[in-house]
Design a binder for this molecule. Structure first.
Ligand SMILES: CC(C)(COP(=O)(O)OP(=O)(O)OC[C@H]1O[C@@H](n2cnc3c(N)ncnc32)[C@H](O)[C@@H]1OP(=O)(O)O)[C@@H](O)C(=O)NCCC(=O)NCCS
Length: 161
């Protein structure tokens, strides 16, 4: 299975919004909300940068990287969201998307600066934390209680470069 990872283009907004609705059904009220959310993030480049995973020219996943606290000498970045289409899960697409997109993100938007820290938050119950540990070496840092209808785990990768 060939997976191409590239930065998103404006024409991808609708596909990403459809995946956003599929992967995060509690994160929006109407489809229009989802679309407005993705459009707003797209317009916030270079603070927010989406990458997509394509298989046979079809978008099967997306990831959103953001930079926190200003464009600092030592960048603090966050893996804000990742979603893979249901049919394509468990086949290594998420792993490929994280690995390839972070390289592209660093090359285009961070270099020659270094990364101080990578932050990732996910529901305390979400098994995706295993993925973040495996692919980015992220470790649990603390838990935010009572947010988004549950508890949210914050993970940090303190050494990446
Ligand atoms: C989380 C998600 C992005 C993972 O993508 P994926 O393409 O299925 O991940 P991979 O196939 O690369 O799996 C990588 C590893 O993580 C584990 N993993 C990832 N998500 C998992 C899940 N939901 N349940 C159990 N294990 C999971 C896999 O077991 C795998 O480990 P292995 O390689 O040792 O077998 C995908 O399941 C998804 O889109 N979920 C819905 C949205 C979501 O919860 N996003 C994350 C929160 S922001």
């Amino acid at each position: 299975m060939e997976i191409l990872v590239r930065e998103m283009k404006e024409r991808d907004i609708l596909s990403i919004s459809k995946l956003h609705q599929e992967c995060f059904p509690t994160d929006y009220i109407s489809k229009k909300d989802s679309l407005t959310w993705i459009k707003g993030n797209y317009k916030a480049n270079p603070r927010f940068v989406y990458y997509v995973a394509e298989n046979n020219k079809k978008i099967v996943g997306y990831i959103l990287w953001i930079e926190l606290g200003g464009f600092r000498k030592e960048a603090v970045i966050e893996l804000e969201q990742i979603g893979i289409s249901e049919k394509m899960r468990g086949k290594g697409v998420g792993t490929i998307l994280i690995k390839k997109s972070i390289k592209q993100f660093i090359n285009r938007y961070i270099r020659p600066r270094k990364i101080e820290l990578i932050k990732i938050t996910t529901s305390n119950k979400n098994q995706a934390q295993k993925l973040y540990k495996k692919v980015l070496g992220a470790e649990p840092e603390c838990v935010m209680r009572g947010i988004f209808g549950g508890d949210e785990l914050i993970m940090f990768t303190r050494k990446y470069n």
